[in-house]
Write a protein that binds this ligand. Structure first.
Ligand SMILES: [Zn+2]
Length: 385
């Protein structure tokens, strides 16, 4: 069991980008008993408030029915610790709230987020991180550079929270007054001035999202300047180019985010297609790929998994033996572990595999059932070695 004494409570009063939530630390936390309560709710709006209340009430009722008295008392303590946060007024641009809590472990994390989660209220032996993993996969951080021949705006987008980090501009016309020059000379100077402005923009390009590891950058703007800039980009920046958008300089921020997200999702789709092809060719030649629960779990435990393909749905029931790590999906729950005779725990198998992936630094790709090799598969993996 992970000791929690040194884990501070985190209560965010402002919006937190989902990528900032330390899912790896959360994946390490577990207890022998189901004492962790995890809640995901979409927040703003009267309709959501009403649906949230109905949802929470019905989940609590169901949970209370199945918990034994000692755990019921734990649950009630934990719930009373978080209750007041559940229906608080959302902060500006908030779209959801995520809570992980356990009263017995003095553990409380509350995150206000700018993207909308599906509703969950789960009691388990560890924080339920699979929906967070999905959100992190769908909303990676990226930069947008909005540029024309005289102005450049550097934006960083972190789960739909957009921030302008830098703004450069140049006054071409004032620098090069037409008076006294031939048209040809004027055009020549103007071209030179644009080029030097774009070089300055490139020198500052790392300022779009400087402190954060990003998925890449989208270059946007009206007219020709953006294409000229792309041609001038150093190789390492060009490799991070996610796409190009033709839009006006005065595009409002939510439209900018919407268009940028479109490009990000296209890029994610093409990565996923490439990985699926790689997986199939590795399987064909008996190479670095495995499928099926047993093989994938063993590879995860050995730290061999590079990319874990996991079924898009969020729950596959099963059981685990914490002593010998026997993990079974969709099977009838036995009284004790069939291998070592220890008492077993009922678990969500996808969550257990996802936790293993987080602990070993494997990337996770959420896939549709038809993308897996076999209709009974819930996971597959590309291996490192
Ligand atoms: Zn066992």
């Amino acid at each position: 069991m992970h000791t929690l004494q040194n884990l501070q409570s985190i209560i965010s009063n402002d919006l937190v980008p989902v990528t900032e939530i330390d899912i790896r630390v959360l994946s390490e936390i577990s207890s022998e008993k189901p004492v962790y309560v995890s809640i995901y709710l979409p927040t703003p709006g009267k309709e959501n408030d009403h649906l949230n209340k109905l949802f929470v009430e019905s989940r609590i009722k169901a949970i209370k029915k199945v918990l034994p008295p000692s755990l019921l008392e734990q649950f009630e303590k934990t719930y009373s610790m978080i209750e007041k946060w559940l229906f608080e007024k959302p902060v500006s641009a908030e779209k959801g709230i995520i809570i992980f809590a356990c009263a017995a472990c003095s553990f409380l994390q509350i995150y206000r987020i700018a993207v909308e989660p599906e509703r969950y209220l789960v009691v388990d032996t560890s924080p339920f991180i699979l929906p967070l993993g999905r959100l992190q996969a769908d909303f990676e951080d990226y930069g947008i550079l909005l540029v024309d021949s005289r102005e450049a705006k550097f934006f960083c987008i972190r789960s739909d929270i957009i921030k302008e980090h830098k703004h450069l501009s140049t006054d071409l016309m004032n620098k090069h007054k037409k008076g006294g020059w031939s048209q040809m000379r004027f055009n020549h100077l103007r071209k030179g001035a644009i080029k030097s402005f774009l070089s300055e923009v490139i020198n500052n390009i790392h300022d779009t999202c400087d402190q954060f590891p990003t998925k890449g950058i989208v270059i946007a703007g009206p007219g020709e300047a953006k294409h000229q800039l792309i041609e001038m980009l150093p190789k390492e920046v060009k490799q991070k180019l996610l796409g190009v958008m033709d839009i006006p300089m005065n595009t409002v921020s939510y439209e900018l985010v919407e268009a940028g997200d479109g490009i990000l999702h296209e890029d994610a789709k093409s990565t996923s297609r490439r990985r699926a092809e790689e997986f199939r060719s590795e399987i064909l030649r008996g190479g670095l790929a495995v499928h099926g629960l047993k093989a994938v779990k063993e590879s995860l435990e050995q730290g061999k998994v590079n990319v874990l393909f996991i079924l898009q749905g969020l729950s596959v029931p099963g059981w685990i033996c914490e002593r010998c790590h026997n993990l079974q999906a969709n099977a009838k729950v036995p009284k004790e572990c069939k291998t070592c005779g220890e008492p077993i725990l009922v678990v969500n198998v996808l969550e257990k595999l996802f936790e293993l992936a987080q602990k070993t630094g494997a990337e996770v790709e959420f896939v549709e059932p038809e993308e897996l090799l076999d209709s009974t598969d819930i996971v597959a993996a590309l291996l490192r070695y």
